[in-house]
Design a binder for this molecule. Structure first.
Ligand SMILES: [Zn+2]
Ligand SMILES: [Zn+2]
Length: 526
């Protein structure tokens, strides 16, 4: 199933919470006290702990759904009994009948304290003996999306390795059909680090080793953890899967990283707001479905009382954070498939200027392909230049500026040519998307007859940058070889290919969103 087809709540903001972390707080009065608060903070998702032997009350589930809040059911159980799959099926069917979509079972299996018998050597295999039948049971229920159990960041058995080995078991046992309807659970706590910590994944941080993050290096233990997990998922499932957050946010008093200030109530509020905004504005990949602030409330005697946003009787425990979320303008998440109007560009004398995206693209096509080329090749170049810039707006490459004007990003000049301008005008607003996200459309001068898989040159495997044969006619590689070969694009255009055909040839599995003027009849094209 494509990412865009997975269920989401109406008017989805992506903002979510983890409910009170015991199974005792589902009475009508508790629900009725917290529901208006959740709504006022823009909540669309709620993680709810459930026992295995019976469902939580129907009233709780139904009132949340009635308020457009998507419940994520977390079934608590242990590994020391034989789990009755018939029973699990009946429980999940009950939840499905009430309107629940997402369910996970167990939690943080890579922690020693979760096990009576800790078998470090074969832990992932041992865990999958428990999990795999449960995933299959849940998969078989129409409206249920099974969620792969969220791991503890790092943990006693390193989470990245644990995830790899578990998914390898899925493949080796021939259960890869599960990837058609599966989400991945995640605990992407931000600690006291910036939310961009570890952004780019292992590909950008080869220095990060299990349990060892040398000074100057960044690892997966932060808000951007999903990028690290996604790399692992794509390698094994062949495509991204949705991520369901089971618990995250920042915790007051956290000083995990010495370099950054510890989290006080003010910083807690700021970071929480920042997370909410990133989700609503689609500044996270489309495969990130939700946030789950830890934790809405907890009893005084609970270990988690120090993390709670509210006391159990509904009084604010983190008033600044609550006020900021309530005041935050609410906006429905939309896949980022429309190009922004403008972007901030770092120009050569170290100034940042805001440019209209179309005007900027004209200055790039002029420099990166130049005049006098077949129009359809220039149009393909225009779409690639615009997409690259649009993707950089969401993930800026130069601090406050999306792009620079050198070969590092895309070469740009204020000068113009008539035919390069026309290529931009005839593709106004058109961008390249994959799985509902605008993608960085890399391109280069020419190849040696074959473009490259991204992971053969850089570290990350980008699903839309696959090696394809190319008719550019050169025997040597000029450039990185990833994405569109510019000489190949010109050769294809000369043979009558449209800009859409060129783009879809060099970028595997992509969609072009936006209007593209049809090509001229062949004889008029020169
Ligand atoms: Zn740059
Ligand atoms: Zn080529």
């Amino acid at each position: 199933m494509e990412i865009a087809k997975y269920p989401r709540p109406p008017r989805d903001t992506g903002v979510g919470f983890h409910w009170i972390p015991d199974e005792q707080h589902y009475g009508k009065s508790v629900l009725d006290a917290f529901l208006p608060e959740l709504i006022a903070m823009g909540t669309s998702w709620l993680v709810l702990p459930s026992p295995l032997d019976r469902p939580i009350p129907e009233y709780s589930v139904k009132s949340l759904l009635g308020a457009n809040i998507e419940p994520v059911i977390k079934i608590n159980t242990t590994y020391d009994c034989c789990l009755d799959q018939q029973h699990l099926r009946r429980l999940c069917e009950t939840y499905a009948h009430w309107g629940v979509h997402y369910i996970f079972i167990f939690d943080q299996p890579n922690l020693m304290r979760e096990w009576k018998q800790w078998n470090a050597l074969d832990l992932p295999d041992c865990f999958m003996d428990y999990l795999l039948p449960c995933l299959e049971t849940m998969f078989a229920i129409n409206d249920i999306v099974p969620v792969f159990t969220p791991l503890a960041p790092e943990g006693n058995y390193h989470d990245l390795e644990f995830l790899k080995r578990c998914l390898d078991v899925v493949n080796s046992k021939g259960k890869d059909y599960l990837y058609d309807k599966l989400a991945i659970g995640i605990h992407n706590y931000a600690a006291n680090k910036p939310l961009t910590w570890g952004k780019g994944g292992q590909a950008d941080w080869p220095c990060a080793q299990p349990y060892r993050c040398p000074p100057g290096c960044e690892n997966h233990c932060g808000f951007s953890m999903f990028e690290w997990y996604d790399e692992i998922v794509r390698e094994r499932a062949g495509h991204s899967l949705p991520f369901i957050c089971a618990g995250n946010g920042v915790l007051v008093g956290c000083r995990e990283h010495d370099y950054y200030p510890s989290i006080d109530e003010t910083l807690h509020a700021r970071r929480s707001l920042e997370m909410g905004q990133m989700l609503m504005r689609s500044q996270v990949p489309a495969y990130i479905f939700n946030n789950a602030f830890w934790v809405l409330s907890a009893e005084d005697r609970s270990d988690f009382a120090k993390h709670r946003w509210y006391t159990p009787d509904g009084k604010p425990a983190l008033p600044q954070s609550i006020a900021l979320l309530k005041g935050m303008p609410k906006q429905t998440r939309r896949p980022a498939t429309t190009a922004p109007k403008s972007l901030r560009v770092l120009i050569t004398d170290n100034k940042i200027v805001t440019m209209d995206l179309e005007e900027y693209s004209k200055g790039v096509v002029r420099q990166e392909m130049g005049p006098g080329k077949p129009l359809e090749a220039l149009k393909a170049q225009a779409i690639a230049a615009r997409s690259y810039a649009a993707a950089a707006v969401r993930r800026p490459r130069h601090g406050d500026a999306a792009v620079c004007t050198t070969t590092h990003c895309q070469v740009w000049s204020p000068r113009r040519y008539e035919d390069t301008n026309r290529a931009v005008d005839e593709t106004t607003g058109a961008v390249v998307t994959y799985d509902g996200d605008i993608v960085s459309t890399y391109y280069f001068g020419h190849c040696d007859g074959q473009t490259r898989n991204s992971e053969d040159v850089w570290r990350g495997a980008l699903p839309y940058c696959r090696s394809v044969p190319c008719i550019c006619g050169y025997k040597t590689m000029y450039g990185h070889g990833i994405g569109m070969c510019q000489r190949g694009a010109m050769a294809m255009a000369e043979q009558g290919a449209t800009c859409e055909e060129i783009i879809k040839y060099y970028y595997t599995g992509v969609t072009i969103v936006g209007n593209v003027a049809p090509p001229l009849p062949n004889k008029l094209q020169t």
